[in-house]
Every structure is written in C-alpha cells, then in structure tokens.
Design a protein around this ligand. Structure first.
Ligand SMILES: C[S@@+](CC[C@H](N)C(=O)[O-])C[C@H]1O[C@@H](n2cnc3c(N)ncnc32)[C@H](O)[C@@H]1O
Length: 238
C-alpha cells in the first residue's frame, strides 16, 4: 500500500498520525532496508509491501485492542520490531520491552530506537523461556504481543507467563487462526488464560487474511511454566 493510503486507513480507523510519526515510519523503512543488506531482518523490502505487511499489519492490532489503556507491553520474538515498534510509534506513551533470541536483531532494534527517537524501549537478547521465569519479568506486563514466532500452543507458553493477572496476550496470526486456537485450547487454559476476542481483517491491497486474537489472563501461570528452553516446541502442551 502506498504511504498516503496507509495514513488514510489509519485516519479512517480513528488514528490520524502527525507529521513526526509519518517521518518515523519512513525512517524505519529506510533503516530496515539498509540493515537488511548486512543482517537478515526481512524478506520484504519493497516500500509499499513493508508499509502493508509490516507496518499496517502490526498496527491493525490497535483496531481491536485499546493500547491507550495500557502502560507496559512486551513483544516476544519481535525480530525487526514487529508488531511492537509500529504500535509504539502510534502510542508513544507505551513502555516497551522486546525479547529476541537473535542478538544481531537486538542490535538493530537499539540503533533503530535511537535513530527514531523512541523512548522507553528496552530490547533484550535471549529466549522467552529463560526470561519468563525471572521475577523482574514474570507477570509484570499489561500486554504481551507476538507475530510469526511459533504455533499458538507453543507461543502461549512463551508469552502468557509475562502477562499480569488481569493483563492480555494479543497475538497476530494469518488465516489458520481458528485451527491454531483449537489446538491451543488446553495450553491457554493451563497457563491461566481465556480467549476473549478473535477478529479478522484483510490487508487492504494484498487482501491476505489476518487475525488478531486477544487472550485475557485471569489466573497466575503455574510455576512449572514456561518449561526449559526448547521444551515448549519439542513437547507442546496438548
Ligand atoms: C519469523 S521471525 C518474526 C519476527 C517478527 N515478530 C515479525 O513478525 O516479523 C521470529 C523471531 O522470533 C525469534 N524467536 C524464536 N523463538 C524464540 C524464543 N524462544 N525466544 C525469543 N525469541 C525467539 C527469532 O529469533 C526471530 O527473530
């Protein structure tokens, strides 16, 4: 989608952006493409595709979940910053923590936040399973986000431990959301969650189907979760 369409779509959805925010998205695009030549960040490098499949797709979570009402957000496996950093540009008050197991991507995120002047973003290198048992991160966040990291039953084990009781896990998925949700029912319940909302939308020009799933955390995650690094993938909760 063209930049003007991106801005218009956001405006139509109730999120008009200021010129400084438009500049932040533009600079994000430039740095993504520049750094992508040195380290593998994304397969998508065309400007219009990045605006639609990375920026628009990320901020679409805000069409259904009110990030204005929360303060702290952690993004698990954010890679080049998706979905949390396009959301941060739209909601500058958010305090963001990012965890990714690839250190080169974390280095990119640090530089990106400096260049874009994004405050209160803390990128951390490591695995979700290791951070999720640390008292300073466990059950400390209002909202946990993730996109394109793992199937939902595995992802729930990575993400749910970070959410406060009363907080939410907002996950961005493609067209397989309902089968993944079925498969993840037991994991979500075991980890203290309950699915509250599943919303679908189509990307405006690509027409690809996208889903946003909001899982509410109503009870603490039992102590044994997350299990040791690698186990959630090897033996998902079924
Ligand atoms: C396919 S990329 C998706 C990146 C981004 N969320 C997006 O939508 O473009 C998956 C990312 O998750 C990270 N990742 C995978 N498993 C992880 C784990 N257990 N803990 C932390 N990061 C993980 C990888 O390093 C990678 O950067």
């Amino acid at each position: 989608m063209e930049i003007v369409q991106f801005e218009q779509e956001l405006k139509d959805r109730g999120f008009p952006i200021r010129p400084e925010q438009a500049k932040q998205y533009e600079r994000y695009y430039e740095l993504l493409v520049e750094w992508n030549e040195k380290i593998n960040l994304t397969a998508i490098t065309d400007r219009e595709e990045v605006y639609e499949k990375h920026f628009y797709d990320s901020v679409a979570a805000a069409f259904f979940f009110d990030f204005g009402k929360v303060d702290t957000l952690i993004d698990i496996g954010a890679g080049a910053g998706f979905p949390s950093l396009p959301i941060k540009i739209l909601f500058p008050h958010l305090k963001i923590t990012i965890i990714d197991s690839l250190n080169k991507r974390i280095s990119f995120l640090r530089l990106l936040c400096d260049e874009l002047g994004l405050q209160d973003v803390t990128p951390l290198h490591g695995r979700a399973e290791d951070f999720g048992v640390k008292p300073e991160h466990r059950e400390r966040y209002d909202v946990v986000t993730a996109r394109a990291v793992a199937r939902l039953n595995v992802l729930a084990e990575y993400c749910m431990p970070f959410a406060k009781v009363g907080g939410d896990f907002v996950v961005l998925k493609g067209s397989h959301a309902s089968s993944e949700l079925n498969e993840a029912k037991k994991a979500i319940k075991t980890l203290g969650g309950k699915t509250e909302q599943v919303e679908s939308l189509q990307l405006p020009t690509d027409q690809a189907e996208r889903s946003i799933i909001a899982i509410h955390k109503f009870a603490p995650t039992p102590k044994g979760y997350p299990r040791k690094a690698g186990l959630p993938t090897k033996k998902p909760i079924v």
